[in-house]
Design a protein. Structure first.
Length: 491
């Protein structure tokens, strides 16, 4: 590319993202009605009910990506007798500002999620809300739904509660710097030292999160570890694709999120309310997972069993930690995608195979995901003793629609990442790369290059290839506009 084209790379990717949104039926911009509603909102919700607790003095903190500004979740921990701990998760009360069936809600309902592309974010709610008035911003008083959990010394949940509260974020933290500190590979972030007691509170949160994770794995939760490619820009010039991995700070948020989502689901069930559950059904391609395990000298049972699969994953990671992410990716593809379903009072749903939990809803990101806003409205109605904000038929239709639109949003995100990858690779036509098969169907065979970690289509030599197979490929063609990366198998 010329120097002039280099400077236009971000702009080109933004245009590709806009077109991808439209092609997938997603709204790239807010309507005039939504913007008019937005103009009439002049601040965060402050009207608290009599039952709303004042928890602003607790040393709440947020941990998110370095550049995140839409803060949905705060956490706080308190040591209890006998090695137990009280964990509080505060969720932004988005519904206090965004009312059901408003124009802003209609936009959120249409897209169902924020779409995070390589060069541009399409927020589910306008940034005036999602990064300010409905965000749990640093040093700001905000209304929240608090999920309280008493976790025993062994990681089991002793009791739980849900209530409304006023909270205040005392420290805005970032995953990588907190993880480096917790993992003894970097200094303590300065902001932690500026808040009295926050260092020990975070270490307590970390210890509890590790216990929660360990107990889930005993019950069969899967120890999966994938590599996500994130485009890195220098100004408007695309410089690289950076691999993102799990870390201890992300684990705190993830493990508390999983626990809080379970509490939310069971709370609604206890109130005889329906709920929107997130499920990953029993894998349909278990036979291929069995074959993959056999290739690693591990015998899995004929019928799907998450505990046995977790034992295999643990042994495989110990045997070859460097390539474990590739195996994880194969297993994830074979497990199949998650979906939203409605669970009525007294029902027994499919549960989440990968997390080894049956009661699982989405509740912790109402600024970013519409299913979480639905759950928030159900929880608030249950807390107040009000009637259902959604009828069962409406929930069922929303569950199906949210599943479809989430898939559309992910395709937009993947397309833009692949366009960015095509930009980086277009000067490397003819080069050879180690790869792993990530998808094989009548529609074609896809592989992921190991370095850089990008996906392409195998246009030649796909005979006999299946998910998990390793191969050597040659880069044959790139198409930045379409996000195409075509490779040929090297025999």
């Amino acid at each position: 590319m010329t120097e002039n084209n280099d400077r236009q790379q971000r702009s080109l990717l933004q245009s590709i993202a806009d077109r991808a949104m439209v092609a997938r039926g997603l709204l790239a911009d807010f309507s005039a009605n939504a913007l008019a509603e937005l103009d009439a909102i002049h601040g965060p919700a402050t009207r608290a009910q009599e039952s709303t607790r004042d928890l602003r003095k607790f040393i709440w903190c947020s941990i998110d990506n370095d550049d995140s500004r839409d803060l949905d979740q705060l956490t706080f921990a308190e040591a209890m007798p006998g090695g137990a701990a009280k964990i509080l998760v505060a969720i932004a009360d988005v519904d206090a500002v965004v009312k059901k069936r408003s124009a802003l809600d209609d936009h959120a309902r249409h897209n169902t999620t924020s779409v995070y592309t390589a060069a541009k974010i399409f927020p589910m709610l306008p940034e005036k809300l999602s990064t300010d008035f409905t965000s749990l911003n640093f040093a700001s008083d905000r209304l929240a739904i608090v999920i309280e959990m008493i976790v025993a010394a062994d990681g089991s949940l002793q009791s739980s509660d849900i209530y409304r509260a006023m909270v205040r974020n005392h420290a805005k933290l970032a995953y990588n710097s907190v993880a480096n500190w917790l993992e003894d590979s970097g200094p303590m972030p300065q902001v932690i030292g500026e808040v009295d007691g926050l260092d020990e509170n975070l270490r307590l949160q970390d210890r509890v999160a590790q216990k929660l994770k360990a107990l889930r794995h005993v019950h069969g939760a899967l120890n999966l570890e994938t590599i996500e490619a994130r485009p890195v820009f220098d100004g408007d010039e695309l410089k690289d694709l950076e691999a993102e991995r799990k870390n201890r700070a992300k684990a705190i948020i993830e493990d508390f999120m999983i626990a809080a989502n379970g509490v939310s689901a069971r709370y609604l069930a206890g109130k005889m309310f329906p709920s929107l559950r997130r499920v990953v059904r029993t894998p349909k391609r278990w036979d291929r997972i069995v074959d993959l395990a056999s290739d690693h000298s591990f015998k899995l049972p004929r019928e799907p069993d998450s505990r046995s699969l977790e034992q295999f994953l643990v042994s495989a990671k110990a045997a070859d930690p460097l390539r474990f992410a590739d195996l994880s990716l194969s297993i994830i593809k074979l497990l199949g995608a998650g979906e939203y379903v409605v669970e009525l009072p007294g029902g027994t749903g499919a549960g989440h195979f990968g997390l080894a939990v049956r009661d699982y809803t989405h509740s912790t990101a109402p600024n970013r995901r519409f299913p979480d806003l639905i759950t928030q409205r159900l929880l608030k109605a249950a807390l107040a003793g009000h009637s259902l904000p959604y009828e069962n038929d409406e929930l069922a239709a929303l569950a199906k629609y949210c599943t479809e639109e989430e898939d559309a949003a992910k395709k937009v995100e993947r397309q833009v990442v692949k366009s960015a990858a095509a930009m980086l690779l277009e000067s490397r036509i003819g080069e050879r790369f180690a790869a792993i098969v990530t998808g094989a169907s009548d529609k074609g065979t896809w592989v992921r290059l190991l370095d850089p970690p990008v996906e392409g289509k195998l246009v030649s030599g796909s005979e006999g290839m299946d998910v998990g197979h390793r191969l050597l490929v040659q880069l044959a063609r790139t198409d930045v506009e379409r996000g195409y990366i075509d490779v040929k198998r090297v025999m």
